[in-house]
Design a protein around this ligand. Sequence first.
Ligand code: HEC
Ligand code: HEC
Length: 309
Amino acid sequence: MKRIKKIAKRFVSGLLILVILLVVLISMRQNLKFEAPYPDVRASSDSNVINRGRHIVFSQAHCADCHSKQNADSLLELGIEPALSGGRLFDVGIAKIYTPNLTSDSVYGLGRRTDGEIARVIRYGVHANGNAVLNFMGFANMSDDDLTAVVSYLRTQKPVHEPVPSPEYSMMGKTVKAFLIKPVGPSHAVEKHIKPDSSIAYGEYIVTSTTNCAGCHTKRDLSGKFTGPLMAGGNNVEGLISPNLTPDSSSRIFGWSEQTFIERMRLGKINPASPMPWNSFKRMTDLELKAIYRYLKSIPAAKTPAVDE
Ligand code: HEC
Ligand code: HEC
């Protein structure tokens, strides 16, 4: 009996030491630094470049839907461009993340970042301080020209002198951060220039690199890796299931003409609970919407994978 007690005691103290070691290791790994190059991107003061950037920010890349207050969507619906002062809360279960202030404020905003630091965090997912950013954005493959346009527009934002709360991680969140979160960079060599036209190639670029249609309309695992057929839907996004947009007969857009598709995209949000940034996307040009439609018609037809609840 004594022997068993002794063994049990040893076991418990051994376990305790292990837990303490793990907690120490986790806390030591909360500030991991990653290396990534600074893209050769410099803000331009050319008004064409700035206007292009503004268009990408408020339509395709829907930066305002995330980097603004919760009411950004209703302002966008009224045609107002909200300040990119951040502060929207994403409660992802293991962490509460508030989006950063992207205005030119030099204390709380991007006024304190270089062009290279801004471009690097968008392309390589590495913060100015070397930490990995959570993979919310999906713009790693954005062309040099488009990234330059975005940074150029961001530099023209009036400063909003407002702090944003720091992220809060649960113990589980800290464990995930310590061992699993890594920066996500481009999946292939990034193009310098991409000509905007109504081609399938430009549609593919928009869908996969500047709008994140693919990120929501393709089933993914927790780390963000695609596990279902491209654009076949089945993703649970904030409680709503993204529909299939492939040419399959079960697709939501099966039988839609180009005109029907463009009209639907322009209509904006119908289901008020939809997480899709409709009021940004409806600002896309006809050319961009045509390119998306043509690309969606060109990809392999696939059935929607089973949905995880
Ligand atoms: C789906 C939501 C979402 C969209 C869309 C989005 N962002 Fe972000 N962004 C975030 C979140 C969340 C963070 C903070 C992530 C972290 O710190 O782990 C962030 C971080 C950043 C940072 C780092 C800021 C800093 O303090 O260094 C920059 C720069 C940035 N975003 C720019 C943009 C731009 C420009 C766009 C549009 C082209 C954009 N984001 C679109 C959610 C989004
Ligand atoms: C943040 C996630 C998200 C993003 C990004 C997103 N979608 Fe969606 N989409 C959804 C969800 C969820 C639904 C179902 C709810 C709804 O209809 O609004 C949906 C519905 C749709 C529908 C069906 C509408 C209808 O009336 O039946 C179309 C078409 C569509 N998306 C196209 C696109 C295109 C094109 C893009 C990129 C430009 C895109 N989506 C980006 C989540 C997203």
